[in-house]
Each structure stands twice: as C-alpha cells, then as structure tokens.
Design a protein around this ligand. Structure first.
Ligand code: 5CA
Length: 441
C-alpha cells in the first residue's frame, strides 16, 4: 500500500477525551473514531489489526477442536425468557421492538441462542463432546463506557460454548479452552495470568479470568510473582497434556480484588508478593446444566436415558485486545505491534523527492516487497522526514526501511522499532524479513 492512496488520518495533538495511552494512540494513529458514546468505527489501520487478532484467535480455537459458526447480533427475547435472564440482565441489555411489536434484543452474549441451536439439532451422546464458537459483535449498555475500545458498548467478542455428557468430560473441555487461551495470548506476545473469578450474570461455580498486568487496568490484582514463570509452550491438547494445567497455576496465589484473601496472600514471601492492576482479556465459565436444564436441551445417553448436557462458555475480548496490546507495548515514544498481527509487515520511508534516486529506489524496493508478500506500507507523501519518522514510530509497524539520498546504490538504512539503525543491503533486508515472518520462498 502506498500512503498517498491510503486512508490514515493521523492526529498531531492528543485528543483531550483520551485518558489512557491506548485510547490516545488509537485515536492519534487513525485506528478508530467514536461514533456515539462507547461505539466506534474501525478505520483501515485499526480494522487490519482487529482482523489479524481475529485470525490468531480463530487459529487457536480450531487447534483446540472448536468449530466456527456465526450467530446473529439480534436475538429473540423468547429464549431469554426461557432461561430467566431476560429480567435478570437489567439495563445492560439493549431491548428493541420490531414493526410487529415483537421484543428483540441486541445480544450481550449467546448462551441462550447456542443452547437453542443445540437442542433443536442434537439428540445423541454420540455427537459429544462439541465445542462451537463465533466471533461476533455484542452490545452491552455499560453504565460507564470509557478508555475507548477497552470498555465500550459495542464490542467484538469470540465466544465458545462447550457441550459434554458429564462433569468429567466438561472439565476436560474447560481445560482445553484454558490452554488455548494461554497459547492465543502467547502468540499475541502477551503474558496472561489466569485468576479464579466471580461468575456474575453468566452463572456457574468454576470460572477464570485471563489478566495481563498494566497500571491502567480496571482490575486490582494480587499475585505471587512466580506465576509469571510458568511455561506452557510444549503442551498440546491431549488429555495427558491438559490434565494438571489448572493445578500448575493454582500452586501460586493470584486473585482479583473480588476473590482476594489477605491471609492467603500474606503466606507468600514478601519479595514475591505483587499488588498491581490488570486488564481482563478473556473469561471462561463452567456452569453445568444452568441453561440446558432451564431451556430443556436433552440428549440421549448410552443407556438410552435423556439427560441435560453439561456446558461451559469461554469469551475473549477481541476488540479490547488492540488496546490491551498497546498498553503492554507502547512506551509513550514508540509502538511496536507483535509480528503476528502487525497491520503492515514493513514500512518504507521515502525521503526523496519526485523522480530523484531515493524516490526510484523506494518504488523498486516497494514492488519487490509486494511480490514477496512482505506487505509494505510506502510513505510516498511529501511530508518532512521528521514528521515521517514521528508518524511511523506511532503507527508501530515493527520494521522500517529508510531511503534517503546519502547512501550508495545497494545500501539502505534499516530500523527495528526500539533498536538502533543499521546499514544493510537489499538482500540482507529481505532475508531478515523473510526469517522474521517465517516466509519461505
Ligand atoms: N458468555 C461469556 C463467555 S463467552 C461472557 O460473556 N463473558 S464476559 O462477560 O466475561 O466477556 C468476555 C470478554 O469480553 C471479557 O473477558 C472482556 O475481555 C470482553 N468484554 C466484556 N465486556 C466488554 C466491554 N464492555 N468492552 C470491551 N470488551 C468487553
């Protein structure tokens, strides 16, 4: 993409309504714009990041054995009346009437709808276990939407639902999702810590939040520092691998303020105690037959008896993640997107003028990188070099090729964000990028 053909409305000033750095950066770098309180448009750069995150999340859901479908954003109130949550959900649910005065709602979550789909289509234990997920917009009429896409009213969530024959099988599904969350967040270069959590309006008695540490997070958290060193890299989704995964974490103290226990926390060595803030990027629940019973979903077990399946639900805040990643990776001077989700793989900063040598060199390099699927963003505008440097440190594309007039024919300035510049040849840069992005050609 050439910047002169792109839509990237960069702001020079930090908008005063943005209180935390992720909100500031997302506005300044032209990723999002507010359309109403807690409701945002995703501009091209932000949309690319969002789609890339979606793909990372999707890939690991598929690896864990979950199957993707798509449920609508608008739901009938009938199924919510069956589960009893139509009244319980209160003002957070956006209620709508159609022209026939039928009560509809904009889905805040999908336990009811997935239970209806299950009950209408699955009758036998032979179809279990089953994990279904979708990535769809949700609406919650939050009382205090704030911090941009971090806590908004319309947001993109990945939600998975598991159906199992009994509690032991349901716990295995829960552990698979637990592992898939750790793997997903690792691919996003985030250190997510699972913490025992309250179940709130979703219900049930087993639940974990996945939290990343950040001063600006909304949750107050207490933990034993040693929990940060647990490795999950070599685990796969076999029973042997996932059994014991929760125990691995529960050996070390970690809790949000809702579940915090002072006495237990004080058992930890003083040096290992950590009290800070965090951002909830995922939340998983096991709630047994809460919905299958109230909505009368039945399956035939291997003895020919009708029973209610055991269920769990598992959410990731997909549209919260760009903000969470910025909180973790942006240091007020520069931003560097994880390679797995960067909006462009490499930036070319053309410091030349129309038709001069640097300009020609930039265009040649640009064409070459496009052919190699190294997705460059070429700054071919007439902005000053200093404003190009500033903008690109803000946009966060991990690598920059800077092409001015001072260097010899096959010499280029190459910069990895946050590191010193180097002088490299074209081949050296291409080999470096191919290796970094694991592209073999
Ligand atoms: N049905 C369950 C799991 S599928 C559920 O809805 N869980 S949840 O309420 O915890 O939401 C899942 C994730 O969505 C949260 O961990 C959070 O990352 C994200 N999320 C929740 N509310 C908001 C919001 N108002 N703005 C942005 N993201 C949100």
């Amino acid at each position: 993409m050439k910047l002169s053909n792109y839509f990237l409305p960069i702001l020079k000033e930090t908008p005063s309504e943005a209180k935390i750095k992720s909100h500031q950066l997302m506005l300044r770098s032209g990723m999002i714009r507010q359309s109403a309180s807690g409701i945002y448009s995703w501009l091209p750069l932000g949309f690319k990041v969002l789609k890339n995150i979606e793909n990372v999340v999707r890939e690991e859901q598929n690896n864990a054995g979950a199957i993707e479908l798509l449920m609508p954003t608008i739901q009938s109130s009938e199924i919510w009346k069956e589960s009893g949550r139509y009244d319980d959900y209160g003002k957070e649910m956006l209620r709508i009437q159609d022209r026939h005065e039928r009560d509809l709602l904009y889905g805040p979550t999908n336990e009811e709808l997935i239970t209806q789909i299950f009950r209408d289509n699955i009758k036998s234990y032979k179809n279990l276990p089953l994990m279904l997920y979708h990535i769809q917009w949700k609406f919650r009429d939050e009382i205090r939407p704030r911090f941009g896409v971090m806590r908004c009213r319309e947001f993109l969530m990945k939600d998975t639902y598991s159906f199992d024959i009994d509690q032991a099988a349901a716990e295995l599904s829960y552990k698979k999702m637990f592992l898939s969350y750790l793997k997903t967040f690792e691919k996003l270069e985030l250190k997510a810590i699972p913490m025992k959590a309250e179940t709130g309006p979703i219900g049930g008695d087993l639940s974990h939040e996945f939290i990343i540490l950040a001063e600006t997070g909304e949750s107050e958290v207490y933990l034993d520092k040693n929990i940060l060193d647990i490795e999950t890299k070599n685990l796969d989704y076999s029973i042997e691998s996932v059994n014991g995964i929760i125990e691995k974490y529960s050996k070390f103290y970690s809790a949000t303020d809702e579940k915090h226990n002072k006495d237990d926390f004080n058992q930890i060595k003083k040096n290992d105690q950590m009290h800070t803030r965090g951002i909830e990027i995922g939340h998983i629940f096991y709630f047994g037959d809460k919905y299958s019973k109230s909505m009368n979903a039945l399956i035939n077990n291997n003895e020919g008896k009708n029973i209610n399946p055991q269920m769990g639900s598992y959410g990731i805040g997909v549209s919260r993640l760009p903000a969470a990643i910025i909180e973790a990776k942006y240091n007020d001077e520069f931003m560097k997107w994880p390679l797995s989700i960067t909006p462009f793989k490499v930036a070319i900063l053309n410091l030349g003028k129309n038709g001069d040598e640097a300009d020609q060199k930039s265009l040649e390099f640009y064409n070459l990188l496009c052919n190699l699927k190294l997705e460059p963003l070429l700054d071919d505008t007439s902005d000053s070099p200093s404003s190009k440097f500033k903008n690109f440190d803000l946009i966060g594309i991990p690598f920059q090729i800077i092409i001015g007039s001072k260097l010899k024919k096959d010499e280029y300035e190459f910069k990895e964000i946050g590191k010193d510049k180097k002088i490299l040849s074209k081949d050296e840069i291409i080999n470096f990028l191919k290796e970094a992005y694991k592209i073999d050609q």
